[in-house]
Write a protein that binds this ligand. Structure first.
Ligand code: IPM
Ligand code: MN
Length: 357
């Protein structure tokens, strides 16, 4: 079994180091191999996803990913920007199913901006389709308009599209995930306006006939954004397209207190997966040693569970994280009075100590 370790940029290197430390402490028979990705790879090799990094990712059973991006790359041509690394990995490996759980840990109820009673016990799972939609749809580009409201003007365009098999496979993933949970799926669309999402809704409804034991609800994305802050616990599994999922998963992450706590998994049909925190590279705090490594450590737990068949070790990591939270250890993003402020490294060390205890 081989794990590709791709720390990336900004806080990526700091948080991935802590997750690797936790994995090392488990003494499992895995090989870990690191490579540059994102802006770091651009600086060294002139490309955010160099062929050697892509090959390592393809040849591995799982990828532990940090984060990519920094403002200093904003002026580069789009294909050379750090974000292209993660988009390229998703596309090249066919990582179409993105799991973004939003779980509110008991100890962090007070860290959310919502009232405690709204989020205590929150456990929802956002399943975002990751290789289709307006993110990858062709054609896209800039041109001089020949029609529309401003013929003759410069314009830009993207294409939103979904093929039936793309919707079917993500719908199956969502219904199967719901079966292991509270058996409720909310499919989020914009069928009242967009053809792509009327089709999405129709196909999800068809697939649902194979899962009569699971409840299916359809919801427009604007309403879903509202319901997520109004009554988040009413959701169980949320399934949606690439762009809506991007937005709603950031929204859901804040329900839990800090985006610094949320892991994610992106899976293909071969069981390979990329595991990364739901947050970005946070260049503003990079190098300060204050980033929260728990999202990455919890992503490593998801990796053990989904791609490496090590459920017991995954649970050990999750229990260790609960334990350090119960001990009152907090990085700045989740710190509050009466708790103990710790650095990135101290948090990683505490998880390792809790694992061994
Ligand atoms: C995410 C990120 C990415 C996305 C960016 C960095 C391309 O926001 O993983 O949610 O939009 O998918
Ligand atoms: Mn995002």
């Amino acid at each position: 079994m081989k794990i590709a370790v791709l720390p990336g940029d900004g806080i990526g290197t700091e948080i991935v180091a802590e997750a690797v430390k936790v994995l090392d402490a488990l003494n499992l028979p895995f090989k870990m191999e690191s490579a540059l990705v994102g802006g770091a790879a651009y600086d060294a090799h002139g490309h955010p996803l160099p062929p050697a990094t892509l090959k390592l990712a393809k040849d591995s059973d799982a990828i532990l990913f940090g984060a990519v991006g920094d403002w200093k790359y904003d002026k580069l041509d789009r294909p050379l920007r750090p974000e292209q690394a993660i988009l390229g990995l998703r596309k090249e490996l066919g990582l179409f199913a993105n799991f973004r759980p939003a779980i509110c840990y008991e100890q962090l109820v007070g860290a959310s901006s919502l009232k405690p009673e709204l989020i205590a016990g929150l456990d929802i799972l956002i399943i975002r389709e990751l290789t289709g939609d307006i993110y990858f749809g062709q054609p896209r580009g800039r041109r001089i308009a020949t029609d529309g409201h401003f013929p003759g003007a410069e314009e830009a365009f993207d294409t939103m599209r979904y093929a039936r098999p793309e919707i079917e496979r993500i719908a199956h993933v969502a219904f199967q995930a719901a079966r292991k949970r509270n058996k409720k799926v909310t499919s989020v669309d914009k069928a009242n306006v967009l053809e792509t999402f009327q089709f999405w809704k129709d196909v999800v409804t068809e697939v649902h006939t194979e899962y009569p034991d699971v409840e299916l609800q359809h919801m427009y994305v604007d309403n879903a954004a509202m319901q997520l802050v109004k009554a988040p616990k009413a959701f169980d599994v949320v399934v949606t397209g690439n762009m809506f999922g991007d937005i709603l998963s950031d929204e859901a992450s804040m329900l839990t207190g800090s985006i610094g706590m949320l892991p994610s998994a992106s899976l293909n049909s071969k069981g390979q997966g990329l595991y990364e925190p739901s947050h970005g590279s946070a260049p503003d705090i990079a190098g300060k040693g204050i980033a929260n490594p728990l999202a990455t450590i919890l992503s490593a737990a998801m990796m053990l569970r989904f791609s490496l068949n090590q459920e017991a070790s995954a649970q050990r990591i999750e229990a260790a994280v609960q334990k350090v939270l119960a001990q009152g250890l907090r990085t700045v993003d989740i710190y509050s009075e009466g708790t103990t402020k710790v650095s990135t490294r101290e948090m990683g060390d505490a998880v390792v100590a809790a694992l061994k205890a």
